[in-house]
Every structure is written in structure tokens, then in C-alpha cells.
Design a protein around this ligand. Sequence first.
Ligand code: NAI
Length: 245
Amino acid sequence: MSLEGKVALVTGSARGIGKAIALRLAQEGARVVLSDVMEDALQATAEEFRSKGYTILAKKANVTEAAEVTELVDAAVSEFGSLDILVNNAGITRDNLLLRMKEEDWDLVLKINLKGAFLCTKMALRPLMKSAGCIVNIASVIGIMGNAGQANYSASKAGLIGLTKSTAKELSSRGVRVNAVAPGYIDTEMTRALPDNVREAILKNIPLARMGTPEDVANVVCFLAGDAAAYVTGQVIPVDGGMVM
Ligand code: NAI
């Protein structure tokens, strides 16, 4: 699984799943570019990783701003000389029942979760083609099975799965692999906001009877990013304790 000599960019990596992915890739030897909109948390994470001896570049960027994404990719390539792995992880929820869902909450979720991944993919394509690299998109089981109260989120993640498959088909001849991971319910700030009764109801539907950890997701991303997955592209791998089967 060694990623020695590789350069990885992980969006939304100041905390949560993105942070765990960045750490896992660094543990395998990758030099890692951390990026997020939360500057303080981003720098704190970068310092934490550097103190462990990992080679890290941290750059604030909003995935919805094309100019910022371009600067981010350019910074990664000029600092480390190449880009081999892109992980589109930045994402948000703005849950509500359809009748109450505000148009701006629909737009924002689609903009960050889907358009953000499109922009990062597009801007990173040239260096990724040069290095015959790979992309891992962080989708969600909700993009596969839907969920009441998450129409915007579900649509964004289903869209991300479509983006994954189309990009995989378009780029396979250039040697670039593109896959998605679909996490189930993972214990992060995002899901800590859920009320206790909702969390208990969710747990009843998980065959492995526990919430996942960010590390559970990071392990599968690490596999997909490495040579062990050299013959895997266009796939969506659930990491969900068996929720979707
Ligand atoms: P989180 O809220 O802890 O972390 C998300 C990170 O993305 C934050 O650091 C945030 O500042 C950053 N971010 C938000 N908007 C951004 C933007 N416009 N540009 C750049 N960065 C931005 O959430 P968590 O749980 O770590 O989620 C990470 C990914 O995993 C998301 O795409 C989420 O949809 C997905 N996911 C999470 C699940 C869970 O149960 N926690 C389940 C399935 C998928």
C-alpha cells in the first residue's frame, strides 16, 4: 500500500473524515496538501501532522471558487513537483423536509458537494494525467438509497457518483482511475449534530451495529489511492457497516 513519492490533495481536510484520510495517506508515505475553508483549524491540523514528521502543505481554498481551486492545484504542483492523488472530500449538509427546504439550502449543498468536486477535478486533470494519478470522491450511502429530509444532500451525492463514473470512462485511456467511497453513518461533527433518537434509529439499521469511524473510511480511500487498486475504476465502495447490500 506504499504511497512513497506520491503527492495527495485532500479537500475539506481540516477535520473529520478528510483529516483522517490525509493522515492515512501521509502514514503511507505521501506528501499531503491539506485544504479547507476553516483557516485556523486547517493550520492546527497541519501543525499536528508536521509534528509527527509528515510533509504537509496547507492552503485555504473554497472548492466552489474556480480561481481558488486553480491556485490550490498550482501551489501543490509547484511545492511538490506533481499531483498524483485527488480526494474530493469537502461537503456539507443542510437537512430539511422538501416542503420546508429553502432554495438557498438546495443551491449551497449542490454547489459545495457537486460543483466543488467538478471544479477540483477539472483543475487537477492536467497534473493527474501527467502522473497517471487517481481521484477518490467521497460520496455517501444517501446518494445510493436516498433519505427523507436530505433531498439536496442525496441529489448532490448521487450526482457525485455520476461524475465519478463519467470521469472514470473519460480518463481511463489517460491512465487516470476514478472511484468513489460511500460512507454510511460516520462519527464526526456532521453526525454529532443529529438528535439522540435519530442516532439510535440509525444504529438499528446498521448490521455491524456501530457508527463508523473516520479511520474506517480513510483505510478504504488509501486502498483505492494505491497500486493495490490498479485495476479498479468507476466503482462506488460503500463503507457503511453493511447498510447497503
Ligand atoms: P465535517 O463537517 O466534519 O468536515 C467537512 C470539512 O469540509 C470541514 O472541515 C469543512 O470546513 C470543509 N468544507 C466545507 N465547505 C467547504 C468548501 N466550500 N470548501 C472547502 N472545504 C469546505 O464532515 P465529515 O463528516 O468529515 O464529512 C466529510 C465528507 O464525508 C463530506 O463530503 C460528507 O458529505 C461525507 N460523508 C460524511 C458522512 C458522515 O456520516 N459523517 C457520511 C457520508 C458521507
